[in-house]
Write a protein that binds this ligand. Structure first.
Ligand SMILES: [Zn+2]
Length: 295
C-alpha cells in the first residue's frame, strides 16, 4: 500500500493536524538490514515524527532527526524533505547486537535527539536538542518538547507494527488573545481519548468524525510519501578523498577494489585501482569541493 500524509485544519479555530501512514516506504526502509525489534519500532516512530515535523515547514529543505549519547545505538537517523521523500538507518552497538530481544524502552531511555532543519534557500541549519527520558515514549517526549520550546500545545500519537507505522498530530496555532482556550482544551481532551490501535483500524475520516464531530474541519487531499536516497558516486568519491591516498592504496592492496556501501539504501560503489589513481590525481584541482560525508 501507498504511504501518505493527509493534513487537516479547523475552520473556525487556530488548530491544525495531520495523519501519516508509512506502508510501502516502511517496508523498503526496515528491510535494508536486520534490526532488533526495539530498534525497528524506534526508527519507525522517528520517521513518522519526522514527516509530521516536516509538514509544518514553511521553507524548502529537510528535517533530520538523529540520536546522540545512547549506549545501545551508535547511530539512528531519519530524514524527510519538504517534497516528502524520506530515508532512515540505524547502527547499533555490539552489546545491542547480541541482544535480539532488545526492547524499545532500552533504546529510548537515554541520550538525546538532535532535530536539524536545513533550509535550502539560505543554507542555514537550525538545531534543537530533545533529551530522552527513561519510561517515556517518543510521542510524549515530543509533546512536552513542542510545548516547552515552541509554546505550542501539540498532541502526537504513534502506532508501530512490523508492516506499518502510523502517526497522528494535532497542533495549536498561535492564538495571541487566548480567545479559543476553552475550545482548544476540549479538543485536546478528545484527542487524548484516542487509543493507538484506532490509528491502525480507522480511516482519518472516521477518526476525525468520532473525535471532533461538533467542529468544522477542512480535510486536504492525501500527498504521497516516497523513499529516496541522496547518495551518489560523486559524494562517495569525496569520502574516499577524505580517507587519503595512503589509506585507499592500503585497502586496494588488501582487497583488490574499494567497496563502499550506502547505509541508507545499500547501494554499493566500487572503485578499482585506475579509479582511485584518477581520484587522487585530480585532488589538487578541486580541493575545495571535499566533503567528509557521502550523505
Ligand atoms: Zn544511498
Amino acid at each position: 500500500m501507498k504511504s501518505y500524509i493527509q493534513r487537516f485544519i479547523f475552520d473556525k479555530l487556530p488548530l491544525r493536524g495531520a495523519f501519516v501512514v508509512l506502508d510501502d516506504v516502511w517496508h523498503t526502509i526496515s528491510s535494508q538490514r536486520e534490526y532488533p525489534e526495539g530498534i525497528q519500532r524506534f526508527m519507525g516512530e522517528l520517521l513518522v515524527a519526522n514527516v509530521l515535523l516536516t509538514a509544518n515547514l514553511k521553507l524548502k529543505g529537510k528535517v533530520t532527526i538523529q540520536i546522540q549519547d545512547n549506549p545501545k545505538l551508535d547511530l539512528i537517523v531519519s530524514e524527510s524533505t519538504h517534497d516528502l521523500t524520506v530515508r532512515a538507518t540505524a547502527k547499533f552497538t555490539k552489546a545491542a547486537t547480541a541482544d535480539c530481544q532488545l526492547k524499545y524502552e532500552d533504546c529510548i531511555s537515554s541520550g538525546a535527539l538532535v532535530i536539524s532543519v536545513d533550509s535550502e534557500a539560505d543554507g542555514k541549519l537550525y538545531q534543537s536538542i530533545v533529551a530522552l527520558e527513561s519510561g517515556i515514549e517518543l510521542s510524549d517526549i515530543l509533546n512536552e518538547y513542542m510545548l516547552q520550546s515552541e509554546q505550542l500545545k501539540t498532541f502526537f500519537l504513534f502506532t508501530y507494527t512490523k508492516d506499518r507505522v502510523v502517526g497522528f498530530m494535532l497542533q495549536q496555532l498561535p492564538d495571541p488573545a487566548n480567545e479559543h482556550d476553552k475550545d482548544l482544551q476540549r479538543l485536546f481532551m478528545m484527542a487524548n481519548t484516542m487509543h493507538k490501535s484506532e490509528l491502525l483500524t480507522n480511516s482519518i475520516t472516521t477518526m476525525l468524525h468520532k473525535l471532533f464531530n461538533e467542529d468544522d474541519i477542512v480535510l486536504f487531499d492525501p500527498q504521497d510519501i516516497k523513499f529516496a536516497c541522496t547518495c551518489s558516486r560523486e559524494r562517495v568519491t569525496n569520502v574516499l578523498r577524505s580517507l587519503g591516498k595512503e589509506e585507499a592504496d592500503m585497502i586496494l592492496s588488501d582487497e583488490g577494489v574499494i567497496r563502499i556501501t550506502c547505509d541508507f539504501c545499500n547501494m554499493v560503489y566500487i572503485f578499482d585501482a585506475p579509479d582511485v589513481a584518477l581520484i587522487f590525481e585530480s585532488l589538487c584541482a578541486d580541493m575545495d569541493s571535499i566533503s567528509k560525508s557521502i550523505h
